[in-house]
Design a protein around this ligand. Structure first.
Ligand code: R1X
Length: 271
């Protein structure tokens, strides 16, 4: 069956997918797959399939923002994808996780418009527990390249966690916030409250991923590379094109690939 917006056929789709915002990043991730091939590049949605550690998986870009990303998640699940991991970028709420860190999102604050049109107020946007466990383990074991794993303690601020990773990459685990607005207008976004309540970072698509996956019976998780500060008190000049961010992106990609392969092997063992 042809998915009308992604322009992919369900017959070509594996059960596992990595999703990311940027079509160029999807291509970059696909280069880590064996026998990678591009299935379609329709609007912002670029789809590759290939194998990682012998596991068939897809890599698909979903663009910026929840409504467009939700279209991608819906069509992927309709096409047969059952496990999705988002690999993204986010602004941090805490100096404990500066640019160059990575954070695994356990749940997302639904500060978006899209999910309000899908589920009632108060319905939680939560990650799947098995996907999250696999992601946390993989993020702590993996690095941006060759290197030795290190570990340490992050600060004591609410939501902060112990970290491990390769080199200077910190791995946080906690709640993220999904917003619609990237650039601010005249309305205030309650960054300070999110931060005080213990959220670690803000981005623009995870709530949509968790809600659509919950609604449609798929499982999902997400990992983000920190590329600056979301909170205006901490805001430095936004520059996502630094070596530290590139290293964190590489780290999260490696972690997501490893986690997805682990989950697939667990599924094979329990079938
Ligand atoms: O999720 C956010 C969005 O997709 C993070 O980065 C993008 C905007 O640059």
């Amino acid at each position: 069956m042809l998915m009308p917006i992604l322009q992919i056929h369900s017959e070509d789709m594996p059960a596992y997918a990595i999703v990311c915002g940027d079509p160029a990043r999807a291509e970059k991730i696909s280069r880590k797959l064996e026998n990678a091939r591009e299935l379609a590049f329709s609007r912002e949605y670029r789809t590759f399939v290939g194998e990682y550690e012998g596991i068939q998986m897809a890599v698909v870009s979903h663009g910026v923002g929840s409504p467009g990303a939700a279209v991608c998640f819906e069509e992927l699940i309709r096409a047969g994808v059952k496990t999705l991991i988002r690999v993204g970028t986010a602004g941090s709420y805490t100096a404990d996780y500066p640019a160059g860190s990575v954070i695994v999102s356990t749940a997302a604050v639904r500060s978006d418009g899209l999910t309000r049109q899908l589920v009632p107020d108060g319905f939680p946007a939560v990650a799947d527990i098995d996907v999250t466990s696999a992601l946390v383990a993989a993020a702590r074991e993996t690095g941006s390249g060759e290197g030795e794993a290190v570990s340490g303690e992050a600060g004591t601020e609410a939501g902060a966690a112990s970290f491990t990773g390769v080199g200077a990459t910190k791995v946080g685990v906690g709640i993220t916030v999904t917003l619609d607005a990237f650039f601010t207008g005249v309305e205030e976004i309650p960054h300070r409250k999110y931060k005080q309540a213990g959220a670690l970072a803000a981005e623009m698509e995870i709530a949509a991923l968790y809600i659509v996956s919950t609604l449609r019976g798929a499982r999902a998780g997400a990992i983000v590379a920190i590329d600056g500060f979301a909170d205006s008190d901490l805001a430095a000049e936004y520059d996502p094109h630094t070596d530290a961010v590139a290293k964190a992106v590489e780290h999260e990609i490696n972690a997501a690939l490893r986690a997805l392969a682990t989950l697939a092997r667990q599924d094979q063992a329990t079938r």
